[in-house]
Design a protein around this ligand. Structure first.
Ligand code: SF4
Length: 290
C-alpha cells in the first residue's frame, strides 16, 4: 500500500495517476494565500521509503501509466535524487508514459537545460507551476518568492527541454484594488510563456493564512462571484495563445470552461458573458473547494 503523510493535493488532470510523495510539505511555504502545508514542515522523504511504496504498487498493479510526484515542490530535489526516483519508476512500470511534478520557478532555473533534458528522457513530461499572477506587485504582496520574469524564463526553459508546462493563476489574488492590473499582467505573462496548459483557480480564503488575516483586518477585499468572472473575461480578452489549452475545471471556480484559446476564444467569452449576465448557473459556494 502507498503511504501518505498529511494533506496531499494534486492537479485535477492527475486524477488517474499514481500519487507518490517524494517530499513532504513545500520548500517555500510562505505564500500568504496558501494553507496547504502550514502544518507540515518541509522534508525530503527518504528514498528507501519511496522505493518501498513503488514496489508495493507493483504487487497489485504493474500497468501504471502515469505518476504524479508530490508534495509541494518536488523539483527542489537534487538531480541525482530525482533521477533515482524516475529510474525506479521506469524499471518498475514498463508501460509508464508520463511523470508529473509541481515545480517552483527558481528550482527549474537552478537546473541546467541538460538536467531538464535528462529528466525528460526519463519521462518527466509535465510540470505544474503556480504563476498565481503576472503582476510583480501582487507576487511580492503574496510572498511568492519569484518574479514574473523568473516564472516566464522557467516555463520557457522547461518547454525548451520538451517538458510540458501547466501554468496556474489565481483569480481575485489582487483583491478589488488590483483586479485590473492582475488581469492584464497575467494575460501578458501567459502570452510570453505560451504554455501547453493555462489553468485558473478562484481565490478561496483559508483560515490561518496571512491573506485571511488581512481580509479579517479589512486590508484585502474579496471579489464577488461576478467580479471574478469579469476579471477572467479581461484575462481571456488579452490572451494571445497559439496552442494552449485553457481550463477552469478546478473545483474552486464558479464556472467550468475548457478550450483551445486559438480557436475557442469567442466561445469561452460567450460562456463567460452568460455567467456574468446570470444566464447560466454558477457553482454554489458550498460546492466550491480547493
Ligand atoms: S502556493 Fe505553492 S509555493 Fe506557495 S506555499 Fe503553497 S505549495 Fe508552496
Amino acid at each position: 500500500m502507498v503511504r501518505y503523510y498529511g494533506t496531499v493535493i494534486r492537479p485535477p488532470s492527475e486524477a488517474n495517476s499514481l500519487i507518490l510523495q517524494v517530499t513532504y510539505g513545500c520548500s517555500h511555504n510562505k505564500c500568504t494565500f496558501c494553507g496547504t502545508y502550514l502544518d507540515k514542515p518541509f522534508r525530503v522523504r527518504p528514498l528507501e521509503e519511496v522505493f518501498e511504496d513503488i514496489d508495493s504498487v507493483k504487487r497489485y498493479a504493474n500497468d501504471v501509466t502515469r505518476v504524479f510526484l508530490c508534495d509541494g515542490n518536488g523539483m527542489v530535489l537534487p538531480q541525482s535524487h530525482l533521477l533515482s526516483v524516475l529510474d525506479k519508476l521506469n524499471s518498475t512500470f514498463p508501460n509508464l508514459q508520463r511523470v508529473g511534478i509541481y515545480a517552483n520557478a527558481k528550482d527549474i532555473l537552478r537546473k541546467s537545460l541538460d538536467d531538464l533534458t535528462e529528466l525528460r528522457s526519463r519521462k518527466l513530461g509535465i510540470i505544474y507551476i503556480g504563476l498565481e499572477s503576472g503582476s510583480d506587485l501582487i507576487l511580492r504582496k503574496v510572498k511568492k518568492g519569484a518574479s514574473v520574469e523568473q516564472q516566464i524564463e522557467a516555463v520557457r526553459k522547461a518547454q525548451q527541454a520538451d517538458i510540458k508546462a501547466s501554468v496556474i493563476a489565481i483569480l481575485g489574488l489582487g483583491g478589488r484594488t488590483l483586479s485590473e492590473e492582475h488581469a492584464v499582467k497575467t494575460a501578458y505573462a501567459l502570452n510570453q510563456m505560451q504554455p501547453r496548459f493555462a489553468s485558473f483557480l478562484t481565490l478561496m480564503l483559508v483560515e490561518g493564512t496571512e491573506l485571511a488575516e488581512e481580509y479579517l483586518r479589512g486590508e484585502f477585499e474579496l471579489l464577488q462571484p461576478v467580479e471574478f468572472l469579469k476579471e477572467l473575461r479581461t484575462i481571456v480578452e488579452n490572451l494571445e495563445l497559439e496552442r494552449t489549452v485553457f481550463r477552469t475545471n478546478h473545483a474552486s471556480n464558479f464556472l467550468a470552461l475548457e478550450g483551445v484559446l486559438s480557436k475557442d476564444k469567442e466561445k469561452i467569452l460567450r460562456e463567460l458573458n452568460r455567467g456574468i449576465n446570470g444566464e447560466v448557473p454558477l457553482r454554489p459556494d458550498f460546492f466550491r473547494a480547493l
